[in-house]
Design a protein around this ligand. Sequence first.
Ligand SMILES: [Zn+2]
Length: 125
Amino acid sequence: MKQFAIKRLYSYFETTSQEAKDNIFDEKIATFDEELRVLLEKYDFRYICDDTRFITAQQMSVQKCEQCNHLMVNRDKNPMRFNKEDLWIDLDTDYNFIIWDGGSYEGKELCMDCLPIGHRWGYSS
Ligand SMILES: [Zn+2]
């Protein structure tokens, strides 16, 4: 029986609001996209689509966990997570496993996996 295997790929890079405003990495993204398409074809994948969203780190309390470097949203500072209308995508549904929950603990910003179990935003709490 025929099947279609759909593969999703997530990645990110760090930039600044000014760099985003000035589009200084447009060429870098275009070159990457073209190389990715060539690589996909090499392995008989058919390219369908991609998109790039910019998340204002400070405004949305998104950062890397100070212990493991995983992307996280500090729910102590942003309990509502993301505003779907602002980003045109539902980060809470589509990216929930990319940007984990996290919180503040003993002066550190930690993801849900690194927070103690008893913490409000800890993984097992
Ligand atoms: Zn962590």
